[in-house]
Design a protein around this ligand. Structure first.
Ligand code: TYD
Length: 209
């Protein structure tokens, strides 16, 4: 039986990790086998690629290199973790997936959304999320929250205008794929967001194996 593939998206600092932890424990308490993973990363090889991508010393990185590195990290994660887990009937929750590339590289970097999906077709092996939650938060608020937590990485250090484009990009993308991408107002309280996500998720669940 095919499992369920869920992704979370949003600007840096929008609170995905907190909600992922809630989703995991809620699904596990209902008897589902849940795998939580993240992009870029989630496998030994993808985590190594992540270090190259986010290294503050790599400011000279070409946009196309960036796009291909994210796609390479994704190819490994899909093949090693996501596809086998979903095919085994598990629930996979992924912190970011190909929509991050559509928005950050396609829209904010300007490489084009279609180009991004085309390049990523190699990496995806037809795996697309069944549902995607977009946590919509003003860019400045997300960066402020991140800045309180740790030193900013290469992507977080991009100029404010870049992060504005990311948020705008997500809003555009969510409009064009309404059947899959659910927009959640991430300025609401953690508890309100948790309930909204759960209400959308429960109807998609099949009986646990
Ligand atoms: P991460 O620390 O995981 O950020 P967050 O906690 O906000 O999810 O770093 C991932 C960064 O990489 C983040 O700035 C978004 C960016 N990114 C892309 O630009 N393209 C992609 O395809 C992915 C997956 C992430």
């Amino acid at each position: 039986m095919k499992g369920l593939f869920i992704s979370l998206e949003g600007p840096d600092g929008c609170g995905k990790s907190t909600q992922i932890a809630f989703m995991k424990s809620s699904l596990e308490s209902r008897g589902y086998d849940v795998i939580v993973t993240r992009e870029p990363g989630g496998t030994v090889i993808s985590e190594q690629i992540r270090q190259v991508i986010l290294d503050k010393n790599n400011m000279a990185m070409q946009d196309t290199t960036e796009l291909l590195l994210y796609a390479a990290a994704r190819a490994q994660l899909v093949g090693e973790v996501i596809k086998p887990a979903v095919e085994a009937g598990k629930v996979v929750i992924c912190d970011r997936f190909v929509d991050s590339s559509a928005v950050y590289q396609g829209i904010a970097r300007g490489l084009g959304v279609d180009t991004v999906y085309e390049v990523n077709a190699y990496a995806l092996q037809n795996m697309m999320p069944d549902i995607t939650f977009f946590l919509d938060m003003p860019a400045a608020e997300g960066i402020r929250r991140k800045n309180n937590q740790h030193d900013l990485d290469r992507m977080e250090l991009q100029k404010a205008a870049f992060h504005e484009k990311v948020v705008e990009g997500y809003r555009q993308l969510a409009q064009t794929q309404k059947e899959r991408i659910v927009t959640i107002d991430a300025m609401k309280s953690i508890e309100e967001i948790r309930i909204e996500i759960e209400e959308r998720l429960i109807p998609l669940l099949k009986q646990p194996k």
